[in-house]
Design a binder for this molecule. Structure first.
Ligand SMILES: Cc1ncc(COP(=O)(O)O)c(C=O)c1O
Length: 431
């Protein structure tokens, strides 16, 4: 193993590694083992960040590592445009089986942003309509198309206009921040705003797709009310609009269900999947019913690296581990346990305005005072730094970075939850 020290790495990074990419921590990482990440000084950190919801089975998972090694010995290079490869086809079959009917057809890509690009292109080509509706505070990625439907930070959009034309942003039903916990009112007002948008700005007959995260990720771990998702589904059906669910962060068991949209009992037309799919190797996918991609047409979209055999072999190991160890149920149960612990801490902590699930997609929102709900991003950022000092990795999110998101691995244990809560409580006492 390389013996480069943390200081050497940081200094080297300052010379040749991009300063444009934002980093949560000025720490240098050496290796990971199970649910711990180790820095170059050998200090271990309980990893409840998972590289932003990616390494959901932790680090160096034996099944994933073995699958990668085996595939590397056989074939590394892409097969997408060359024909068919075993792990690629098998992952398509097994991934499709996790979706409700009629979602059965997979297009593999490399990143979350690419799935958004693909979804937007498919929607436009298949419907023959230009319009895309997305929601305020959403985050869908960094490519120009994905940036056009993203509004969780001005910095993500500034200087890039003109963005994609015919994109319209509707208010997201932020239950805590805008409606003080009233889901019904949040649903009613957001649907009314959507109807106003399609009555005064863009006719529904010009809209190809409505794009939504069933739980907003970067925007603040804001769950869309189930009733809102159902009304959105009905609205799309009424107007022939495709409903695109961005499950890049909320998918793969994170919400205590395999897919976040299942909380509402709806079936989207297109689902975007990435992050957790290969526990750290670059892989993503869009999932639709077969007929939609048949209408999209051969060659209407393509990729060189999408569906890499090594990434797909890792993906198979991830999916089989989740299934065999019943990890979606574990995420639901452990999510309740972690949420209960956080609520207990929040009850005695006026700086916490809200603790919200679902499952292991938990947001803790910090406020300057509870009644006014004024966001306190400085506090949340100071806290994640303090937690890291004390050996726990958690991240912020939210438009003012005011939410701490807890992204525990799907196979987290009660002992680790207790350890994390203890560190968080200690951090709160010193910040
Ligand atoms: C909901 C959501 N969609 C899309 C993306 C973009 O994914 P990627 O960074 O892999 O392009 C992200 C990344 O955080 C995300 O959280």
């Amino acid at each position: 193993m390389d013996s480069t020290t943390a200081t050497d790495l940081a200094a080297l990074a300052k010379s040749n590694l991009t300063p444009t990419l934002g980093r949560y921590f000025e720490r240098s990482w050496s290796h990971g083992e199970g649910h711990r990440l180790y820095d170059t000084a050998g200090k271990g950190y309980l990893d409840f960040a998972n590289g932003i919801a990616v390494t959901v089975l932790g680090h160096r998972h034996p099944a994933v590592t073995a699958a990668i090694h085996e595939q590397v010995e056989r074939l590394i290079g892409p097969t997408a445009a060359m024909g068919y490869g075993e792990p690629v086809v098998r992952l398509a079959t097994e991934l499709a089986a996790t979706f409700p009917e009629p979602l059965d057809t997979i297009f593999f890509l490399n990143s979350g942003s690419e799935t958004i690009e693909a979804a937007l292109k498919l929607a436009r080509r298949v419907t023959g309509r230009p319009g895309i509706i997305a929601f305020r505070d959403a985050f869908h990625g960094r490519t120009l198309g994905a940036t056009s439907v993203t509004s969780s930070s001005l910095n993500y959009r500034t200087g890039y206009e003109p963005l994609l034309p015919a994109v319209y942003l509707a208010p997201f039903p932020n239950v805590y921040r805008d409606f003080g916990g009233d889901e019904e009112r949040a649903t009613g007002e957001a649907m009314a705003a959507l109807r106003r948008l399609t009555a005064t700005v863009v006719p529904p007959t010009s809209v190809a797709a409505i794009l939504i995260e069933s739980v907003q990720g970067e925007g603040g771990y804001n769950p869309a009310p189930a009733a809102f998702l159902r009304e959105l589904r009905a609205f799309c059906d009424e107007h022939g609009i495709l409903l695109v669910a961005d499950e890049v962060q909320s998918g793969y068991g994170r919400t205590g269900l395999m897919w976040g949209f299942q909380r509402a009992g709806i079936v989207p037309d297109v689902v975007c999947v990435a992050k957790a799919i290969a526990n750290g190797l670059p892989l993503s996918a869009i999932v639709t019913r077969r007929e939609l991609q048949e209408r999209w047409g051969v060659g209407a979209h393509g990729t060189t690296f999408g569906g890499n055999p090594v990434a797909c072999a890792a993906g198979l190991a991830v999916l089989r581990t989740i299934r065999e160890q019943d990890l979606v149920a574990n995420a639901a149960a452990c999510g309740e346990e972690l949420t209960a612990g956080l609520r207990r801490i929040a009850a005695a902590e006026p700086r916490i305005g809200d603790v919200r699930g679902p499952g292991l997609m938990i947001g803790v929102e910090f406020v300057k005072d509870r009644a006014a709900r004024a966001p306190d991003g400085d506090l949340a950022e100071a806290l994640i730094a303090r937690c890291a000092d004390l050996g726990l990795l958690v991240l912020t999110c939210g438009v003012e970075h005011q939410v701490i998101r807890w992204i525990a691995p799907l196979d987290v244990t009660s002992a680790e939850i207790a350890e994390a809560l203890g560190i968080f409580e200690a951090a709160l006492q010193t910040v």
